[in-house]
Design a protein around this ligand. Structure first.
Ligand SMILES: CC(C)(COP(=O)(O)OP(=O)(O)OC[C@H]1O[C@@H](n2cnc3c(N)ncnc32)[C@H](O)[C@@H]1OP(=O)(O)O)[C@@H](O)C(=O)NCCC(=O)NCCS
Length: 240
């Protein structure tokens, strides 16, 4: 399992954007150009490129054979390779992507204040009670931890928010994270990745093996990797 994370500078200008958009599919280009805010376009573009880069570098793909399809609730998948799974998340300055041989979900959220109206959508009554007993900073950390864990699960299955995050209950015991829905245990494996300060970042896999390689890049490092890699490898000719 490969997890790549890219940090962007919110003040990005348009120029670097044009340098890398040529490596994605024409359909995705149209989608990306429809974003009103350049930062949202950049997040979506980088998510796509992270997955392409991992697939080409570690799975031997050629860029032009990568074709995304979309499941019922919008989860993207690989049309020609449904047994290779991936997922993307973006929040604040970070875009993260994971590719795995098993169903996988990833979620990153910048830690801010827990909003009361959001807590009832995300937490069960039990979880809410436990959080109310904490001081404000612990409560914020716990809230974003639970939120990313639950989102990583609904993103692994593809059900998304239609699942109802407040119907999923998390418990943690000796570092082992478990999830229940309607008192029934859910068979999924979780990990909280502590790699990015100021963010909560969780991974869910529907298989037990969480053997993973994680790599962090600045935007400029990633751009150089992408361009250098695409220019020098056999997929050069596969540029869209
Ligand atoms: C998937 C979802 C939970 C992500 O929420 P989020 O925290 O705002 O977004 P993240 O940054 O973590 O993830 C976004 C990425 O997840 C992926 N994604 C989209 N839908 C997904 C789904 N159902 N399952 C897994 N991954 C999904 C996409 O790659 C997306 O990035 P992209 O659009 O740039 O390609 C949420 O958008 C969702 O549920 N969408 C489906 C629509 C839906 O079910 N609506 C019901 C509302 S009740």
């Amino acid at each position: 399992m490969y997890i790549y994370c890219v940090q962007i500078n919110q003040a990005l200008d348009e120029t670097p954007f044009q340098e890398i958009i040529r490596y994605i599919s024409p359909e995705k280009k149209v989608k990306i150009q429809r974003f009103r805010k350049p930062i949202d376009a950049m997040r979506s573009l980088l998510g796509d490129l992270i997955i392409r880069y991992i697939l080409c570098k570690h799975y031997g793909f050629h860029n032009d054979e990568i074709q995304y399809g979309y499941l019922e609730f919008g989860k993207p998948y690989l049309v020609q390779h449904p047994n290779i799974h991936f997922n993307i998340s973006h929040s604040g300055d970070w875009i993260v992507g994971v590719v795995s041989n098993d169903l996988v979900g990833i979620d990153i959220e910048k830690v801010t204040h827990m909003k009361e109206n959001l807590s009832s959508m995300v937490l069960t009554d039990n979880e809410n009670k436990k959080l109310q007993a904490l001081n404000e900073s612990e409560r914020n950390l716990s809230f974003f931890e639970l939120w990313t864990l639950k989102e990583s699960y609904v993103k692994s299955t593809g059900s998304g928010l239609s699942e109802g995050l407040h119907t999923l209950e998390i418990s943690m015991n000796n570092g082992i994270i478990r999830m229940k829905k309607n008192e029934q245990p859910i068979h999924a494996y979780f990990e909280i990745l502590d790699s990015i300060e100021g963010y909560k970042f969780s991974l869910c896999s529907l298989s037990q093996s969480m053997d993973r390689k994680i790599k962090l890049f600045s935007y400029h490092e990633f751009k150089e990797e992408i361009i250098g890699f695409l220019e020098t490898s056999s997929i050069r000719s596969s540029k869209f």
